[in-house]
Design a protein around this ligand. Structure first.
Ligand SMILES: [Zn+2]
Ligand SMILES: [Zn+2]
Length: 187
């Protein structure tokens, strides 16, 4: 059974992305600001680019008790690695996302997409994951003006230079060229 499937709603307080709201005491208006560095969860990315597992994710968060629950807002900053969609060179960069999520005290009057507190605990990982996936480029490029690869031979066009081109030979000329080469070899 895959471990990602949570059989109950109970959160594991040892999970790095599970945060305690204990010191807010459910008093609307109480607030806490925290800065954290958490390990990136696994499998966070799209085809060409993503956040490496266990990379440092820097979080600046504000946890605020409101009437219905705990409002978490702030920013997360994570490294990205991937490859250029045009030339396939490795890319490393960074993603910075805004986070905002209201974790409800009670499951009354909430929809399925809403997040719930488990006692005093909340799990920030789904919020972070959704924000990062939305922010990732579908076609990441190494530079905005990346020329990509030659469709004929696959060389990186930036390396090949502006004069790189292939003679367009049709089949007849190609076989003629073969004859010329054969003749050369006979000499
Ligand atoms: Zn590129
Ligand atoms: Zn080429």
């Amino acid at each position: 059974m895959p471990s990602e499937i949570r059989m109950t709603q109970h959160l594991d307080p040892r999970s790095p992305w599970v945060l305690s709201t204990h010191d807010l005491g459910r008093r609307a208006g109480s607030m806490r600001e925290v800065s954290l560095v958490l390990p990136a969860p696994a499998d966070l990315g799209v085809d060409m680019i993503g956040v490496p597992k266990d990379a440092d994710v820097g979080l600046d968060l504000r946890l605020e008790a409101v009437m219905e629950g705990v409002l978490v807002s702030g920013t997360a900053r994570a490294p990205l690695t991937g490859e250029c969609a045009r030339c396939l060179d490795p890319i490393s960069s960074e993603v910075v996302v805004d986070l905002q999520e209201l974790f409800f005290y009670s499951d009354e009057d909430v929809s399925e997409e809403d997040s719930l507190l488990d006692g005093e605990l909340l799990d920030l990982e789904p919020t972070f994951r959704d924000a990062v996936v939305l922010a990732l480029p579908l076609s990441p490029v190494c530079t905005d003006d990346c020329l990509g690869l030659c469709v004929e031979c696959g060389i990186r066009l930036a390396d090949a230079g502006p004069d790189h081109r292939h003679e367009k030979l049709d089949a007849r000329w190609a076989s003629l060229q073969g004859l010329v080469i054969d003749n050369d070899q006979e000499k």
